[in-house]
Design a protein around this ligand. Sequence first.
Ligand code: UD1
Length: 421
Amino acid sequence: MAKFLIQSGKPLSGEVEVSGAKNAVLPLMAAAILPGEKCKIRDVPDLLDVGVMKDILTSFGGTVEWIGDGKLEIDMENLTCKEASYELVSRMRASILVMGPLLAREGYAKVYMPGGCTIGARPIDLHIKGFEALGAKVAAEDNYIEAYVPEGGLVGDSVYLDSPSVGATENIMMAAVLANGTTYIENAAEEPEIVDLANFLNRMGARIKGAGTDTIKIEGVKELHGTAHTVIPDRIETATFMLAAAITRGEILIKNVVPDHVKPITAKLKECGVTVELADEGLYVNAMDKKLVATDIKTLPYPGFPTDIQSPFMSFLATVEGASTVIETVFENRFMHVAELNRMGANIKTEGSKALVSGGKTLESARVVATDLRAGAALVLAALSAKGTTELSEIYHIERGYERFIEKFRSIGANILRTED
Ligand code: UD1
């Protein structure tokens, strides 16, 4: 099993470039099912999750090829299969995103139940509610969901989401683009990845307005055509490097960023006393020789503090003098990193969805496990500031979601080794 050996050392410093966003590229790849013509996507990160989506599209009869550095060409003209196998879906929860495009284009989809990170129950009732509102007949069995569109096709309608689910908003948007009439998604997710998807769909000829607000209007069109698109930078990777500078008390210039997308992290780091400045080429983060103070965070849908950065931020808070409260409101089981951080000398107590961090600890190396993607990132950050050499296992979680993780961290001075034993 592959592991990381992480040795703490000097503060990280230098420049690093952020990749295209994992959470944006997966829905974009699913959306490429829609037009039945070639689409090109640029700035695609080379990640295990992208490989899974590539395999799913190929299993449908499509052709997906890397045509240069970070460029993916997807041709879904031939669509011979409309069923996503358990083997593929169990490797990545976002596989469910093929359902909306398949229903829109083919009127049928069968998807085995999603896998991916085990952070809470993660139901898909809102996706199903949306498909049904547009007229699809959906049967959800124990281990698969099957849906078909009756004669006459999907028909636009209003869909109110009980909570602003990112995946449900994306899936319903993709189902609605070819429907008859107009669909409104209310209490929609407002994440930048939703805006990126809407831009891609509009380039194909869709008519979507309001993406990035809580009400998205989708006027159905008769057909879509192939197009090209560049993925937005990964705001979660950006935030991870911001925290790398903070936790090692270093300074990093982070390139290829959209500063607006990381505003909640910028605000919180500044509250703690870290310098975050806009530079010509990106975002400059400096925590060198600063007197840092604790702060409280509460995760919320965008533009609130992202749940994906809750665990990396908690690692940082464990090292800052003072007490902090971290409240997780998006997922119900996202404190799995706490036990591991405590094994490294942190003092964190959880009470339901609340974690109380008594900071100011000097973290110590330990043998720890990456229980999910972001927990893995949190432990790498903790290890970079801990005394000694930390052994981190189950690192495939990290490699699912961060491109050239080791290379990038090494380029700013981190001492990380990947071993296969
Ligand atoms: C996406 C991101 C993930 C991020 C999350 C929240 C991708 C590939 N993943 O996941 O990194 O942590 O947004 O920002 O983009 N829910 C329901 N019913 C549903 C769907 C969701 O109750 O049908 C609940 C979930 O259990 C969870 C909350 O809504 O508590 C948010 O989930 P959602 O926004 O759907 O997350 P994902 O799209 O799975």
